[in-house]
Design a protein around this ligand. Structure first.
Ligand code: ASP
Length: 317
């Protein structure tokens, strides 16, 4: 059976004009490292779930991505992270929201799925569960990053939040592009047994309100997997993605309307979401190993590798 791994490192105003060679190299290396780690697991007969977790951990450990170590700052100057994981073979899911000082939130999401008896834990309850499961913690300084801190300082006294390079307030007004590029991370995979899985991990949006939860950890919005249809991980402005139930909507278009993976992704990202003013994109895979990248923003950090020998890393539209 063929196998496929697809990853993203966030979507937004990513164009050649705002990237220099050094930045391109950092993102290329960061994405390749994650792809290699996850692919190695699939190649040795490992599960899609393990490949997704491994690929995401690599990106959570890399400060260029807005997840784990590189998580952005909230309005209160803290790092609050969201993550979710779903196993498409049995429709099992685990998610955490608003967690602090967790080195790899995706590992905590897996623990929630496997050992909590629940699907979704938040805040201090999730933190207490992490301690009970021996999940690795990290001090505040591990999450400190000067450029990300500066990005927050620029807008902390405003009502703006910021996604990658673009900021929106509730009226949809934008703040100037600061040139910073950070991204939520995600992975979807199909293993040799035709099982698919999806995972997403994020620091959310810069200057987000204390306690704000985005689409990433919400099953059916930013993350979803079902062997019968697809595995999806989204990135973008979380509020419209939540209202559009993006990931599950794509699954429904495949299941009930018979659309192909590509058709279903395009309907939701390039039509429905655009009409709602939602900016961003997603990665998708199905149990045949078919995959798609779909985004309505200028770019999306992304990559894939499959057993047919195909691999790619790309940023721009
Ligand atoms: N979707 C994430 C959120 O709204 C942000 C992102 O994808 O960069 O929290």
């Amino acid at each position: 059976m063929s196998f496929t791994l697809v990853i993203h490192g966030g979507a937004g105003n990513i164009t050649p004009a705002i990237m220099n060679k050094e930045q391109e190299n950092h993102y290329t290396e960061g994405l390749k490292e994650a792809l290699d780690k996850g692919y190695e697991i699939l190649q040795h007969g490992g599960s899609s779930l393990d490949a997704v977790v491994a690929a995401i951990c690599v990106m959570e450990d890399n400060p260029i991505f807005n997840a784990g170590r590189g998580a952005v700052f909230t309005k209160k100057g803290l790092n609050e992270m969201d993550a979710a994981l779903m196993d498409g073979s049995i429709l099992a899911a685990g998610a955490v929201a608003g967690v602090r000082n967790i080195k790899n939130p995706i590992k905590l999401a897996r623990e929630v799925m496997l050992h909590s008896g629940h699907v979704f834990l938040s805040g201090s309850g999730a933190g207490e569960f992490a301690l009970s499961q021996g999940i690795e913690m990290a001090p505040d300084k591990y999450f400190f990053n000067q450029s990300r801190y500066d990005q927050w300082l620029e807008i902390r006294d405003t009502n703006f939040t910021q996604l990658d390079h673009k900021g929106d307030n509730l009226k949809g007004e934008t703040v100037p592009n600061t040139g910073h590029k950070f991204g939520t991370v995600g992975a979807v995979a199909c293993d040799q047994f035709g099982n698919i899985a999806a995972g997403t991990s994020t620091g959310g949006m810069t200057n987000k309100r204390f306690g704000r939860i985005g689409d990433s950890p919400v099953i059916g919005a930013g993350t979803y997997a079902n062997n019968r249809t697809c595995a999806i991980s989204c990135t973008g402005h979380g509020e419209p993605f939540l209202r559009a139930c993006v990931a599950h909507d794509i699954s429904c278009l495949i299941e009930y309307k018979g659309l192909s993976l590509q058709e279903a992704c395009a309907v939701v990202i390039k039509d429905k979401l655009v009409k709602m003013g939602g900016e961003g994109g997603l990665i998708a895979v199905n149990a045949l190993g078919e995959y798609d990248f779909c985004f309505n923003s200028a770019g999306m950090y992304r990559g894939m590798r499959n057993s047919e020998g195909k691999q790619l890393v790309a940023f721009y539209g």
